[in-house]
Design a protein around this ligand. Sequence first.
Ligand code: MN
Length: 270
Amino acid sequence: MIGAWCFADHFGPTDGSTGAVMQVGLHPHIGLQTVTWLVEGDVTHRDSLGVEQWIRSGQLNLMTSGDGIAHAEESVPASPAAGAADALHGIQLWVALPDSARQGAPGFEHHAELPVDRAGGFHCTVLVGEALGARSPAQVYTPLLGVELVGAEDGGHASVPLDRTYEHGVVVLDGRLLVAGQPVEPGALAYLGYGRTELELAAEGSVRALLLGGEPFGEDILMWWNFVARSWEEIADARADWEAGASRFRTVTSELDRIPAPALHRPRPR
Ligand code: MN
């Protein structure tokens, strides 16, 4: 984990030449927030609160599961009439909810406008938390930071001030970024620990990355499938509720299939 950040799913880039590129059928979540950020392409989100939200690049979808929510996600051709390629590139991150918030009501926020700024040679968008004097409107429940950094083609260099009480990490979406002198490329996550007051970033060419941070979470979590919990009993209950179609997860109007929970093989106590 990096603060409450507990999962990162970097998808694409793809030009969509193989057909539909994202079709995630109906599935449940508990104990987390999903943070969806697109670099390229369009996705629709439908959830059991009745929200249907189209998201484009440069926009943020933030879904809070509370004790139970279900949703489906599907990429949409930008121009179906023209048969345009269904290009897609983005990331979905999960944020663990603290004990004080995880039994709360589910919710959904869409932020089409987020604060932008510059740090050295990088364009910065503040997705979550506060950075460079700007604050994102996204509601989170623990001290947390998420900033997109984009370096132009001629590269970029910056010394980014950090909160030393946060631990930090960097995910590179495109290009190659020197993070405190170490090269980081797509597919890896650079973990930086806590106690730093600034971070040296340098790009040799065009680069796109996310700087993640947060106060160390301080609670042990248990992640299984789409659930973030504290015990196997909670996981088993949520799984059984999903399989039974219990009211906890409500219903969603989507043409996509419902995804059944995998078998649960909980480890034997030692
Ligand atoms: Mn999901």
